[in-house]
Design a binder for this molecule. Structure first.
Ligand code: ZN
Length: 109
């Protein structure tokens, strides 16, 4: 008789544990539908990131390059940082090299 009651208790306890786990969400009964929704969300996030990036590209500062007197986006210009707040912009790597060469010659003479 004692063993029967113990078994009953175990069954009741197991049912209670299952009930709690279901409420907490550890035991999922319908996982396939949850997974099906995830690609949409990541795609949404990627589109948003792209939108922000294109927006950022459109508001990039234009700078006047010293070598050829033209304006170009700051992130596409080659630059030399010569002390705090003193930045030289160039349209190409060649122009930058030329400037460095001329500057070093000036310093040398
Ligand atoms: Zn140039």
């Amino acid at each position: 008789m004692n063993a029967f009651f113990q078994l009953m208790w175990m069954v009741v306890l197991w049912m209670m544990v299952q009930h709690i786990l279901k409420k907490v969400g550890l035991l999922r009964t319908n996982t396939p539908k949850d997974n099906g929704h995830r690609p949409d969300k990541t795609e949404e996030k990627r589109n948003l990131a792209e939108e922000i990036r294109t927006h950022r590209e459109s508001i990039v500062d234009m700078v006047e390059v010293e070598c050829c007197k033209v304006y170009m986006p700051e992130d596409q210009a080659y630059l030399i940082i010569d002390g705090p707040g003193k930045t030289h912009y160039f349209c190409s790597w060649e122009c930058r090299e030329k400037y460095l060469l001329e500057n070093s010659q000036l310093k040398a003479s």
